[in-house]
Design a protein around this ligand. Structure first.
Ligand SMILES: Nc1ncnc2c1ncn2[C@@H]1O[C@H](COP(=O)(O)OP(=O)(O)OP(=O)(O)O)[C@@H](O)[C@H]1O
Length: 297
């Protein structure tokens, strides 16, 4: 089922084209990362689909219009940390959110367990660490049993422990079957949490698909030898090598198929080279991201 379709979305702030014909589609159950450098239009996109900002042109559809003009109740979101009351405890703050959302059937204990604050449910908000505050904000999005939850840079400003805890919480939410849409500029985060990713830059969609497909099936083989010139010569005759980059002490080759690793090593040995350095690894999203964003720079 389609949860969200974004069609040719444009947003101008004066002369700034924050979104430039963005198209996206999110399906039910996906953990969808909108990944892009600062200023790429992530927050603008989330603002528009949540009805906080108005687009200049283009459209978006929630749930294939299943809930008519009022899909917002099916969506939980934090764009910023909400204003919790510092002198109230976690439960009381969540009860206030319930009242605001006119939601009555939530299992607050279950939500508190999910965000790992059950033990601290009676502690005042002001005694919480930044990570705990952020987790309570995430808990607030779960009130009203939304089908979709939206987070903008959920680990911003947190220390490594806070980041790890928030990530675990997000993973638990994703595992519970909710659709998650998350904006982030942190590749590692998207790679670890998301099933799908859209890479955007300057309001344009550069790539989209499952994280696995964007990661690509390409394999990187690093190979070094004492005689680098002979090595280069041998590698240049291997047709399955898509690209070869000179690095200090080794050549970084990109091949479409992991099986080519054996072929490369065999060709080197047959050519009289004994490799002094061999590493085979999958291309990481980070490299892919840098390559994709570089192409259009
Ligand atoms: N209210 C505004 N007025 C003018 N320009 C704006 C406004 N809000 C955003 N912009 C500009 O629109 C572009 C997209 O900004 P946006 O905040 O959507 O990007 P982002 O990807 O969320 O970036 P960040 O990660 O830095 O928050 C940027 O060039 C930004 O300066």
């Amino acid at each position: 089922m389609s949860v969200l379709k974004i069609n040719n979305l444009h947003k101008n702030y004066g002369n700034i084209h924050a979104l430039n014909g963005l198209n996206l589609e999110v399906e039910a159950g996906q953990v969808y990362g909108i990944l892009g450098p600062n200023g790429s239009g992530k927050t603008t996109t989330l603002g528009i689909i949540l009805g906080i900002l108005e687009q200049t042109s283009g459209s978006f559809t929630w749930f294939d219009n299943k809930y008519g003009d009022n899909p917002r109740r099916r969506i939980g979101a934090i764009l910023e940390t909400p204003n919790f009351y510092p002198y109230l405890d976690a439960i009381s703050n969540l009860k206030i959110v319930q009242r605001i959302k006119k939601s009555h059937n939530d299992d607050l204990d279950e939500i508190l367990r999910k965000i790992n604050l059950y033990e601290r449910r009676e502690s005042k908000f002001r005694t919480f660490s930044l990570g705990m505050k952020q987790r309570l904000a995430i808990g607030a999005t779960l009130i009203g049993e939304p089908d979709v939850v939206i987070f903008d840079e959920p680990t911003n400003g947190l220390d490594p422990q806070g980041i790890a805890e928030v990530r675990t919480t997000l993973q638990d939410i994703a595992d519970s079957g909710k659709t998650v849409i998350m904006a982030s500029h942190i590749l590692d985060e998207v790679e670890k949490i998301c099933s799908h990713v859209a890479i955007i830059k300057k309001g344009n969609l550069l790539a989209t698909g499952s994280v696995g497909s964007i990661l690509s099936t390409d394999t990187t083989v690093e190979i070094g030898a004492t005689d680098m010139n002979l090595l280069k010569n041998i590698l240049s005759n291997i047709s399955s090598i898509k690209s070869a980059i000179d690095r200090p002490g080794f050549i970084e080759c990109s091949v479409a198929n992991e099986d080519q690793f054996e072929n490369i090593v065999k060709s080197c040995i047959d050519g009289g080279i004994v490799p002094t350095h061999i590493i085979k690894r999958k291309k990481r999203l980070e490299e892919e991201f840098l390559e994709i964003t570089k192409e259009t720079a």
